[in-house]
Ligand binder design. Structure first.
Ligand code: CMC
Length: 427
């Protein structure tokens, strides 16, 4: 293979395919004409080697543990930027000027109310409903209240509505689950401050937002804001590729995120750590279980499809976990178990040889707990953070003239053609 073309020999015949090179030197063999020229398709279950699109949003180098949004490193963004600046960066392509940020913040503030009738949807759910299923349902139903069309101005307005309302939906879902009255959004608070207020304020007393909690949450949202073509983002693009609306595509993304192998892992990590604590803190037993395939148990918060080195997001969270917990005065025994488990796993041949490192979800739950966020809301926090990324990816796909409906092929391995068997002749 040279830099421009790749050669494939199939049934003794040579075929040539162009090679696309990205701005960071990544190479992709362009097999768009593969089936037309060879009759064959590629087989790649889980799409581990399939580039589904060209994208200018997020760059990851999994071997070196690099994550950048539009060229800016995740470390620098979490240290110097705010979640709204990052949302602007992802969706509009550039960091906002002060004036642009003020305008963006103003719009997000003034679109944060939900239509009053939508409260009836929340009332229809049982209190036991998982907030992620409530979130995906309400996001899908937004299209009934805010009709969607192809006009760029209307799309832009619906993007703002979605970003503004997701925190209201998330907080209402929580209030519903604990049977407390809904707290309405307030225009004098920051994006994260408003969310915390809607989550934790009660009519009987004043709620004071802790600036450290507000700042930590803002950083966590930045860390989750995009992650190129992961399961939920690919879902958003796939649903959107059919021409389905923004709200429909994002709702599908929320559902994809809820699984324990994806965003649901942050909740699963805490459940796992609690299980270990209840079992006398015997983390080695769980480490051994994770190494035994037949146990069906995996170390939640460990491993990643792309990172074969430390997940840079986990590094940022871990670095601040001790400090935040100390400043909040929280002594969480689960943090000690997590550290022991991590240390043991990083020394274990099974994890070392498979390059399994802690991922973003390993420590994020500990921080959410310290902030008073209930466990069943952890994945909702991930969804709030990921929303700007989903929107940016949907928009990029929507505006790309080369977008085709997502429609993978398969290799059929079922029964060959056979005659129909009447019911009384079947054995
Ligand atoms: N515990 C034990 N073994 C593991 C784990 C784990 N957490 N993760 C991977 N392995 C093993 C796996 O059994 C396989 O071993 P072998 O080669 O002997 O068959 C090998 O490592 C490769 O794993 P894989 O399943 O082929 O890897 P994948 O890329 O398909 O899966 C993953 C990636 C994240 C789903 C997986 O590592 C996992 O299930 N981790 C736990 C769930 C988790 O923490 N998910 C959050 C991911 S980060 C947040 C996000 O972006 O969604």
């Amino acid at each position: 293979m040279d830099m421009e073309t790749a050669k494939l020999i199939l049934h003794g015949q040579e075929h040539e395919f162009p090679v696309t090179v990205g701005t960071e030197g990544e190479e992709g063999i362009d097999i768009r004409k593969l089936r037309a020229t060879t009759g064959a398709v590629t087989l790649d279950p889980g799409f581990g080697n399939t580039g589904s699109c060209e994208s200018g949003i997020t760059f990851i180098n999994g071997e070196e543990g690099i994550l950048r949004y539009r060229g800016y490193s995740i470390e620098e963004l979490t240290e110097k930027s705010s979640f709204l600046e990052v949302a602007h960066l992802l969706i509009q392509g550039e960091l906002p000027t002060r004036e642009q940020l003020d305008h963006f913040r103003h719009r997000l503030t003034y679109h944060s109310l939900l239509h009053e009738d939508m409260k009836k949807f929340f009332e229809g759910f049982p209190p036991s409903a998982h907030p992620m299923s409530v979130l995906s349902t309400i996001v899908a139903s937004l299209s009934a209240y805010y009709p969607e069309n192809d006009d760029p101005t209307d799309i832009d307005l619906n993007i703002v509505r979605l970003l503004a309302k997701i925190k209201t939906i998330a907080a209402f879902a929580y209030k519903k689950s604990i049977g407390q009255p809904y707290v309405y959004p307030r225009n004098n608070l920051t994006y994260t401050g408003d969310f915390l207020h809607m989550m934790f304020a009660v009519p009987s007393e004043d709620y004071e937002i802790d600036p450290l909690v507000e700042e930590t949450l803002d950083k966590l949202l930045i860390l989750h804001a995009d992650h190129e073509q992961n399961c939920s983002t690919s879902t958003v693009r796939m649903v959107g590729s059919s021409g389905a609306s923004l709200f429909a595509a994002i709702s599908a993304g929320v559902s994809a995120l809820s699984g324990p192998l994806h965003g649901g892992a942050n909740q699963a990590v805490i459940n796992m750590l609690e299980r270990i604590r209840a079992d006398g803190g015997n983390y080695r037993k769980y480490l051994n279980m994770a190494k035994d395939r037949s146990s069906g148990f995996r170390l939640m918060g460990f491993g990643h499809r792309v990172y074969k080195n430390f997940d840079p997001r986990a590094r940022v969270i871990k670095a601040s976990a001790d400090q935040v917990l100390a400043r909040l005065g929280v002594d969480d025994p689960l943090l000690d178990i997590a550290k022991e488990l991590e240390r043991a796993a990083l020394e274990d041949e099974y994890f070392v040889s498979r390059k399994l490192y802690p991922n973003v979800d390993f420590y994020s739950g500990i921080l959410y707990r310290a902030m008073g966020i209930p466990t069943n809301m952890f994945t909702v926090m991930f969804a709030m953070g990921r929303l700007p990324g989903w929107i940016a990816q949907w928009k990029e796909m929507h505006n790309d003239p080369n977008t085709r409906i997502y429609r993978p092929r398969q290799i059929y391995v079922g029964a060959r053609a056979r005659p129909y068997v009447p019911i009384d002749q079947r054995s």
